[in-house]
Design a protein around this ligand. Structure first.
Ligand code: ADP
Ligand code: MG
Length: 751
């Protein structure tokens, strides 16, 4: 029996899903698999686990719920525990290497990756009586694979007389990939639709689509709404947490908080002070600074950071004459000092307690403004939103088919996403959505964004699947299968890494044989990094070099650790500042690269020494600034080192590694062994210098021929190996910037 607090009970009753409890529970009782579609905010995530608990599914086994994002797993477990008045020992969560699950746990929220790992140990998932796959519409790779696997596990459990129920939840009605897919479910599962009250939302397009200055345009639009339009919360969609903070700060400086204190004055005087200091400090080229990781990837990025992007938003003005698309009937422009604004940031890595604040009503008399990334698109519902300001942009990771290199890029969202965003404005009353792009631009948006599995290399999931004895990956019942070529490429790479092996020659040579997982592959499958890096980690253990390998892997995972060159804007003083940092970085690199074996390890050695030096100094912002290191990158590396160290101790308790703040530089012998380890993971990313007599074009001096591209490639000028130009090199990735440049280079010696 669940005893809820009266206020909780009252707010639950408002949720549309409550009306469907009986229909839904009956469907689940009668069918092994049920699909639930309900708009964001209808109560799926918080209520369905409670229905299941009250129906007794938690009695003899657990109710499991998977989320694509860590933040949702943690915050939803807390919310459900609160709503049911149960301890967190009973309603718990598990994310990668962190959780509060106890033997008493009945309801368990976890990331999809965690459940996949559990299935490697117990394919039948006998600890669970029901599994709820949340946010299935997002089509994250792990969610897709889980659904494929569970489609086979469910009948197996039925056969064993211990049935497992599967509930697939989606915020959109687009579920044909699950329901109309005969390979997945022979009998199409029933779809329960939750009706939501959706009030009309008027969509306003911009006449012009801003280019780079869209942040400024966003700021102007929010100010305009706030000054001219009736009460009601504003929800803004941006692409990443740096942008979110920048806009929040700008708004906070322009409008008073509810207590009437205008922060503007102090902020302004700070600003003047700052601009005096600025001359000494180089500015980060903010447009090139978009490598901070995909905002909402469950297991990405680690720390929040306050990057001051203040200077990024320029020329804010108040002369809004283009009120073209605004309903200004209610407009009574007032002095800004009378317009309190309650500004809150919201993004995936924001600590849960700060996230929680968007659910509370804003202080009396002030307008709620939530500045969010696309977490607010489907996974979190913010009450009392009447206006949505949509930049139409999202940050995504893109992969190069040839080199496998990837980069984060800001792109247009799909039409489906834009409509989801607009819908956020009409939950409590009719609302307005301001799209900061023209209708012509919208017309060119993709209808839906393709599932993640069709967009990225699949070596990590091929390895995981092989580890689960799914040998013919191409035959697996994916909701949407990955590209056959991508699977082949992944298998090839894994064979090369030694994670897979072709068994004895098939009797019929024509029958395509798929390689099997090796013991090394099994060990690799247990590390939370991509196979190239887990290979390095697996070998690191052998040679007792783990702390070094962990540091290199962590540093390679984080993009660029040095404050990037970029052409400095601003006056001569500032340029002098940049020059100063450049020469400091060059000098440090030279020192860190050292001589002999150390130098042969090249840029990897520089990474290793940078990590060591920074850690020794306590990883402070000051140290980073003085040494041209990106503070955010260094703090991320720090967390990753802790995570990997923890992972290794979990996987092989004998290793007993720890994060040493006084890591000494490796010896000559260690440097040599490290080079072999790096080579073992990057063995296919190798290039040979083209002999001088074969080069006709002068601009091709010091060109290299890599195994993966026909074109010549070059060592990036920032590398410590540009002077020596060894005959053979390995590199982390090729990034095309003017020329195809190899980044993070080490030498390969011929023995
Ligand atoms: P869905 O999963 O269908 O999107 P949820 O179950 O997440 O819906 O949310 C249902 C309602 O509960 C929403 O109106 C949301 O505002 C509210 N809610 C969710 N989490 C919290 C929380 N931590 N504190 C207060 N209200 C919350
Ligand atoms: Mg939800």
């Amino acid at each position: 029996p669940v005893e809820r607090r009266p206020d909780i009970q009252e707010s639950r009753l408002q949720l549309p899903i409550l009306a469907e409890e009986q229909v839904l529970m009956e469907a689940i009782r009668e069918n092994p698999v049920v699909v639930v579609c309900g708009e964001t905010g209808s109560g799926k995530t918080t209520q369905i686990p409670q229905f299941l608990y009250e129906a007794g599914y938690g009695r003899d086994a657990m109710i499991g719920i998977t989320e694509p994002r860590r933040v949702a797993a943690v915050s939803m477990s807390h919310r459900v525990a609160d709503e049911m008045n149960l301890s967190r020992r009973t309603v718990s969560y598990q994310i990668r290497y962190e959780g509060n699950v106890t033997p008493e746990t009945k309801v368990k929220f976890m990331t999809d990756g965690v459940l996949l790992k559990e299935m490697q140990k117990d394919l039948l998932l006998s600890k669970y009586s029901v599994l709820v796959i949340d946010e299935a519409h997002e089509r994250s790779v792990y969610t897709d694979i889980l659904i494929g696997l569970l489609s086979r596990v469910v009948p197996l459990r039925t056969k064993k007389g211990n049935p497992l129920k599967l509930v697939i939840m989606s915020a959109t009605l687009r579920v044909e990939d699950f329901t109309q897919n005969q390979r997945l479910f022979k009998i199409p599962p029933p779809v329960i639709k939750v009706d939501t009250r959706q009030f009309p939302v008027t969509v306003h397009f911009n006449k012009r689509t801003p280019g780079e200055e869209y942040l400024q345009e966003t700021y102007r639009k929010v100010c305009k709404i706030h000054r001219m339009l009736p009460a009601g919360g504003i929800l803004v969609f941006l692409t990443g947490q740096a942008e979110v903070h920048a806009l929040c700060r700008k708004l906070q400086r322009s409008f008073p908080t509810a207590c009437g204190a205008l922060v503007k004055k102090t902020a302004e005087s700070k600003e003047t002070k700052k601009s005096k200091n600025e001359a000494k400090l180089p500015k980060i080229d903010l447009d090139n600074y978009t490598m901070e990781g995909e905002e909402d990837q469950a297991d990405d990025g680690i720390l929040e950071e306050d990057i001051d992007l203040e200077t990024h938003i320029v020329g804010v003005d108040d002369d809004d004459d283009d009120m073209d698309d605004m309903d200004d009937s209610a407009a009574t422009p007032t002095s800004d000092a009378d317009l309190p604004m309650h500004v809150l940031p919201l993004y995936s890595l924001l600590p849960p307690d700060r996230q929680q604040r968007v659910f509370l009503p804003p202080p009396q008399g002030s307008r709620l403004v939530v500045v969010a990334t696309n977490v607010a698109e489907t996974s979190l519902t913010i009450p009392h939103i009447k206006y949505v300001v949509d930049t139409g942009k999202v940050k995504k990771r893109f992969y190069d088919k040839v080199t496998g290199a990837s980069a984060f890029q800001v792109t247009w969202v799909s039409k489906a996403s834009a409509d989801q965003r607009a819908g956020r404005a009409g939950r409590t009353e009719p609302g307005h959505c301001y799209r900061l792009y023209s209708s012509a631009v919208f017309a060119d948006f993709q209808t839906f964004s393709p599932p993640e599995i069709a967009r990225r290399p699949v070596e990590d999931l091929v390895l995981q699947m092989k580890d689960m004895s799914i040998d013919k990956v191409v035959n697996f019942p994916f909701p949407t299968p990955p590209d056959v070529e991508a699977v082949k490429a992944a298998e090839q790479l894994l064979v090369q890494l030694g994670a897979l092996q072709h068994t004895a020659k098939p009797k019929n040579p024509k029958a395509a044989q798929s390689p099997m997982v090796t013991p090394l592959g099994r060990a690799m499958a247990r590390f939370p990094v991509s196979p190239r890096f887990s290979k390095m980690l697996a070998l690191g253990e052998q040679h007792g070099l783990l702390p070094y390998v962990i540091s290199i892997v962590a540093a390679l995972t984080v993009q660029e650790i040095f404050v990037l060159s970029g052409t400095p804007a601003g006056g001569p003083e500032e340029q002098a500042g940049v020059k100063h940092v450049h020469s400091r970085v060059a000098q440090l690199k030279k020192t860190w690269a050292g001589q002999g074996q150390s130098l042969l390890l090249g840029d990897m050695m520089v990474l290793l020494r940078a990590v060591g030096a920074c850690e020794f100094a306590g990883c402070t912002r000051k140290f980073c600034e003085e040494n041209g290191l990106r503070y955010k990158a260094m703090t991320e590396i720090r967390s990753l080192r802790a995570l990997l160290t923890n992972a290794i101790n979990t996987v092989c308790p004998g290793a007993k590694v720890y994060v040493d703040p006084n890591m000494r530089p490796p010896t000559e012998l260690q440097a040599k062994l490290l080079r072999q380890i790096v080579l073992s993971g990057l063995g296919d990313r190798i290039a040979r210098r083209v002999p001088a007599d074969q080069i006709s074009d002068k601009s091709h001096k010091f060109a290299y021929q890599s195994t993966s591209m026909e074109e010549y490639v070059f060592i990036h000028p920032s590398s410590v190996l540009t002077k020596t130009c060894p005959e053979f090199v390995i590199f982390h990735e090729i990034i095309e910037t003017g020329k195809p440049y190899m980044h993070c280079v080490a030498a390969v010696e011929q023995e």
